[in-house]
Design a protein. Sequence first.
Length: 260
Amino acid sequence: MSIHLRFLGTGGSFGIPIVGCDCVACQSSDPMDNRLRSSVLLSWDDRVVLVDAGPDLRAQALREGVRRLDEVWLTHSHADHTNGIDDLRVFCHEGKEPRPLIVRGNPSTLTDAMARFSYAFRSEVDPSGVSHPLLVPIEIDGPFHTLGRQIVPIPVLHGKLPCSGFRIGNLAYLTDVSTIPESSYALLEGLDTLVLSALREEPHPTHLSFDESIAVARRIGARRTWFTHFAHRITHAGMLERFPDGIRPAWDGLRLEIPE
Ligand SMILES: [Zn+2]
Ligand SMILES: [Zn+2]
Ligand SMILES: [Zn+2]
């Protein structure tokens, strides 16, 4: 049973192009340089999980023909990963019947998301008839079993913010990372495919830079590594030259199959 991953978005918090920017990436005519805010779709059998619900969710779901979600997993609560929560509404019905949707996240992620989208986490239909998402929060506090799979959350730090990566089989998805604790490296052994954020050339207080991401990827040693969550100022073609063998920049719409 293979796991499939689709990149819904591979851009940083502004997306690419950035409104009003004249840099080489933002002015590029290469479709690879159009990057919506980062999120991925994971699927196995007929199960579909969305990792992060960013502000581009509606456009991403239309582009990729997403019709149904079984669960949503949030890495952290920053706006570029959660501001599409209202657009989950369309996935909370089956025909005309309400179908509450599970949203998993670590404690700080859920606390923030529920404060900002309190109406969306009421799992009962509003008696006044106002339509809203029907989300059921489930806190991540260690490995969990769902939809026929064992899932291993990977605790990482995004500056000081605790952020969740996810390992499913031989695939790990880690975004918005600045530090990987030693105990989390132990959870990342024997990977076939690693997806890791790599923001930009210059250092950043809450994100790994290119060189830092390359060092982390080498230490983890997956068979293949895809970088994601890019800032602007470098094109896809530029990144192909910049990154070493075994590490490739992902792009919006890229599909991976991870064999088991
Ligand atoms: Zn982000
Ligand atoms: Zn730019
Ligand atoms: Zn973030």
